[in-house]
Ligand binder design. Structure first.
Ligand SMILES: [Zn+2]
Length: 324
């Protein structure tokens, strides 16, 4: 065999087994192979080598595909887990919010219902202690008030105790009258004076007296689900009684708290605190059916009696009427 031809054939064989050679070249190669043992052996070797390589490549490719499939499966599982987790979390969040809403709504509604209930009672006493501390002026004032109410007649008994003030130290007076009336009798203990005061508006009403319970209560919020939900209510024990405490954080240094007696469902404490500047605490005590007729009758004897048109109050009333 021509050595020169063998070299050319061996050169062509790698392309031949990959089917990259032309029909004419194939014929030339096949003719040579049928006659040349050396080149035939070389072709056999090449083919075995090529098959091995192809097999390896196929395995690698399959491995790559498997890996990709595994990755996709993993991602799908991960995504599914994540979705279930978020779903579960949402269910928990909504359940917790639902419970909180029901709880808050129950408390607010109880307070509201209780107020409606006591508005029908014709005999009650309300004791109020209102303490104000002003840290800037270093003053402390305590206003005490006992309101006696029986069948439309009332007595508002006031007592003011001031510290760090020169004028008033212990100031005591009472207002007597009937609700929805423009007359009242004012009795001042220090000066032993009785003033029969008349004005052109009604001094007070039964609703006005009971306002001490709801003037600061966000009772109107009970129909607003978001406001009800946002209320921050905690349990508290104070002076042997159980309370719901609603806290309103007005700002970082300022908050208000309403303390609701769990038994009576009435607001018994109302705290306003501007930390380091001002603190006020109002305590309210309600007792039904203990007032007697004598409690609302003027009993002072030997006092100087004066009559008065309450000018300042008249101006306020005019202002209010104009405002409406
Ligand atoms: Zn050859």
């Amino acid at each position: 065999m021509n050595k020169q031809e063998c070299i050319i054939i061996k050169d062509l064989l790698p392309n031949y087994i990959k089917n990259l050679t032309s029909v004419e070249v194939n014929e030339f190669i096949e003719k040579h192979i049928s006659e040349c043992h050396s080149c035939k052996e070389f072709l056999g070797e090449l083919e075995r080598e090529y098959q091995k390589q192809t097999l390896k490549d196929n395995i690698l490719e399959q491995e790559e595909i498997d890996c990709l499939k595994k990755y996709r499966k993993k991602m799908r599982t991960l995504l599914l887990t994540l979705v279930s987790f978020i779903g579960g979390l949402l269910v928990i969040v909504f359940t917790v919010l639902g419970i909180k809403y029901k709880y808050n709504k129950y408390i607010i509604t109880s307070v509201y219902d209780k107020l409606n209930e006591i508005s029908n009672i014709e005999n009650f006493k309300i004791g109020i202690t209102d303490k104000h501390i002003n840290f800037e002026n270093n003053t402390e004032d305590t206003f005490s008030e006992n309101i006696y109410y029986i069948d439309g007649k009332y007595r508002e008994q006031h007592n003011e105790i001031n510290t760090n003030r020169e004028i008033l130290n212990n100031y005591e007076y009472s207002y007597y009258g009937e609700v929805d009336s423009n007359k009242r009798t004012e009795v001042y203990e220090e000066t032993k004076t009785i003033i029969n005061s008349t004005t052109n508006y009604n001094y007070t009403s039964k609703e006005g007296i009971l306002k001490v319970f709801d003037s600061s209560t966000p009772l109107s919020a009970r129909e607003n689900p978001l406001l009800v939900l946002s209320m921050n209510i905690r349990d508290e024990r104070y002076e042997g009684k159980e309370y719901y405490v609603i806290k309103f954080q007005n700002s970082k240094n300022s908050y208000r708290e309403l303390w609701i007696d769990k038994n009576s469902k009435l607001i018994e404490r109302n705290i306003n605190d501007i930390v380091g500047e001002f603190y006020s605490e109002k305590k309210i005590e309600y007792t039904p059916n203990i007032v007697k007729e004598d409690d609302v009758q003027v009993s002072a004897k030997g006092y100087t009696v004066k009559n008065k048109q309450a000018e300042v109050e008249k101006e306020i009333a005019e202002f209010m009427n104009n405002g409406l």
